[in-house]
Design a protein around this ligand. Structure first.
Ligand SMILES: NC(=O)c1ccc[n+]([C@@H]2O[C@H](COP(=O)([O-])OP(=O)(O)OC[C@H]3O[C@@H](n4cnc5c(N)ncnc54)[C@H](OP(=O)(O)O)[C@@H]3O)[C@@H](O)[C@H]2O)c1
Length: 303
């Protein structure tokens, strides 16, 4: 099986590469190939239709795994055109190409397609209502994939972190080195998800044949299992980083509400995803935060 992995230098792309390589021949591609663990990662701007067509035409993949995305949630408020290009036009073109060529597509989306007003975990079919440009462009990408009729799988996930790239864990560790007190939002609740687990569940989906056999899309929610606020997540990071010797003097943590930390993009207050469907379909049990966070932090001390 020939697999095209886009976004190979991102948090998820780096975790996917070894797992996909065990299942087929992988061509990895990203805007800045140097950030990828794939030895021959192709440098390509997939927002450029000509570059995308050339890549698809030359490689002719049986499966496209689209981990490329515009993920700068606040910047997207001012950069809607680029966010739409990467989060909507790119998956739309991938979906059309895979339908026309009898291939299949795995795509990723976000908890930020919801408005956060629910009082129970979100089901796949719950009404969406993005509060931000990022959420709206990701929803538009989902819709393009679903309406294309291609064989596809969409995994919505949340609060992704890993030992590389841009994420809350690495930001907290950086801030902890130069601050004695940190004030962190406590009234937004979600499920931090280790990119490695998201890659593993993607592989489980491929192995358990949950991809529709002919045309059509299956949409699933996946996040790790622990529900926590950003403040609670920060507390877990500092506790484990201290235990591992990554932080000598963890900062004091104070709780604030969303209004105390103004950001360009509005986030949902509650974005817990119900993962029952995917657990039933694959048998994959989402790990909790403490186990995954520890494994992620251990990667930072490996030589
Ligand atoms: N991160 C989260 O907290 C989060 C939460 C929920 C859902 N998700 C979804 O999960 C998926 C994986 O996210 P992630 O955290 O792994 O994102 P990430 O680390 O930002 O990786 C995305 C990759 O796509 C690349 N990319 C962007 N524009 C491109 C273009 N025009 N051509 C080629 N490559 C391009 C990025 O390059 P640059 O870095 O150079 O732009 C980056 O390497 C995405 O669909 C995302 O929307 C993420």
């Amino acid at each position: 099986m020939k697999i095209l992995l886009t976004g190979a230098a991102g948090q998820l792309g780096n975790e996917l590469y070894p797992l996909l390589s065990a299942r087929g021949e992988v061509l990895a591609a990203d805007l800045y190939a140097a950030g990828s663990n794939a030895p021959d990662c192709r440098q390509a701007d997939l927002g450029d239709p000509a570059e995308l067509e050339q890549l698809l035409g030359d490689y002719a993949p049986d499966l496209v795994v689209n981990a490329a995305a515009y993920t700068a949630v606040d910047k997207a408020e001012e950069d809607q055109a680029l966010a739409s290009l990467v989060n909507e036009a790119l998956p739309a073109r991938l979906a059309t190409w895979t339908r026309q060529n009898g291939s299949a597509l795995v795509h990723y989306s976000t908890d930020y397609v919801f408005d956060g007003s629910s009082s129970r975990p979100y089901l796949e079919e719950d009404p969406t209502g993005p509060l931000s440009v990022y959420g709206a462009t990701k929803l538009a990408g989902e819709r393009a994939v679903r309406s294309s009729g291609c064989r596809s799988l969409i995994l919505r996930t949340s609060w992704v972190y890993s030992s590389h790239g841009h994420n809350f864990v690495l930001s907290m560790l950086r801030l902890a080195r130069s601050n004695t007190v940190l004030r962190i939002v406590d009234d937004q609740v979600g499920c931090p998800t280790w990119a490695h687990n998201l890659a593993r569940v993607t592989a489980a989906c491929l192995d358990s044949q949950v991809m529709p056999k002919s045309g059509g899309c299956r949409l699933f929610h996946y996040s790790d299992s622990t529900v926590v606020s950003w403040h609670g997540f920060a507390a877990a990071i500092f506790e484990q980083a201290s235990r591992l010797g990554l932080l000598e003097n963890p900062p004091q943590l104070e709780k604030i509400d969303t209004a105390g930390y103004p950001q360009a993009a509005t986030r949902p207050r509650y974005s817990v995803l119900d993962t029952s469907e995917l657990r039933r379909a694959t048998g994959f049990e989402p790990p909790g935060l403490s186990q995954s966070l520890m494994q992620c932090l251990e990667e930072l001390i490996k030589p």
